[in-house]
Design a protein around this ligand. Structure first.
Ligand code: AP5
Length: 229
């Protein structure tokens, strides 16, 4: 891939692009386990900030509930905070970041400063029509964060997390039909242009994400290993 370095897995940077419900979080967690990288979801970081009532969280809350993007300033601030943690040195899977051209350019600058490059920006390609079904059936374990779906990825035992055994299952406040429409609109107008941005850098990989979760995971694992070889 021209323009993309091939650092070892210790500093790998993978980006997952895709609309709400494309499977970014699901696949990032699977890649995390397979490759030993760290999933870095700005959505999760922002939800944690909202729950903790930080200044960033207070500013982000209403924007997230409306399905719009929070400001680049806030998104970058939560990302930078997390990148300062020691565990991310082994490499990251960016899930939901960048989402605007301003964020992509800021990420390039950050990576330049730390001598890192993007291994691959993977676009998960899905039909908008599938998104409402995927999102309305989603729930997450409050104990370990594992994601599930009522139909497509149910827990083995109803109400009990397969991974950690917790019975604390959560549904997101922004997972409703009205907000999903606004999130899809934000994706198409503000984030989809990043597909061309990374294509021009020679970093783009496109993956059909309409298939089964495990099949998509195999394809992503292949791309990630190739990009880090
Ligand atoms: P964020 O948390 O990033 O939400 P999102 O982009 O809308 O993506 P989702 O988490 O909804 O979907 P996903 O692609 O991770 O799908 P998942 O794997 O869960 O952002 C939330 C908000 O935070 C934004 O709206 C914005 O306000 C703000 N924000 C975050 N980052 C920001 C940034 N950088 N800048 C500005 N604002 C920012 O899968 C969904 C469901 O489908 C699950 O139930 C799963 O089990 C199921 N599923 C997954 N794959 C498949 C499959 N192949 N087949 C069938 N079902 C599947």
């Amino acid at each position: 891939m021209d323009g993309v370095t091939t650092p070892d897995a210790a500093s790998a940077v993978l980006i997952l692009l895709g609309p709400p419900g494309a499977g970014k979080g699901t696949q990032a967690r699977m890649l995390e386990e397979e490759l030993g990288l760290v999933q870095l979801s700005t959505g999760d970081l922002l939800r944690a900030a909202v729950a903790a009532g930080t200044q960033a969280g207070k500013a982000a809350r209403a924007v997230m509930e409306a399905g719009e993007l929070v400001s680049d300033e806030i998104a970058l601030a939560v990302l930078k905070d997390r990148l300062a943690d020691a565990d991310v040195a082994k490499g990251v899977i960016l899930d939901g970041f960048p989402r605007t051209t301003v964020q992509a350019e800021a990420l390039d600058t950050l990576l330049d400063q730390s001598g890192q490059r993007i291994n691959a920006a993977i676009s998960l390609e899905v039909d908008d029509s599938a998104m409402v079904t995927r999102i309305s059936g989603r729930f997450t374990c409050g104990g370990c964060g594992e994601g599930y779906h009522d139909s497509f990825k149910p827990t083995e035992k109803t109400g009990v997390c397969d991974k950690c055994g917790s019975t604390d299952m959560k549904r997101r406040a922004d997972d409703n039909a009205e907000t999903v429409a606004a999130r899809l609109d934000a994706y198409h107008t503000q984030t989809a242009p990043l597909i061309a941005y990374y294509d021009q850098k020679g970093a783009l990989e496109r993956v059909d994400a309409m298939g089964a979760i495990d099949d998509i995971a195999r394809e992503l694992g292949r791309i990630a290993k190739h990009a880090a070889a």
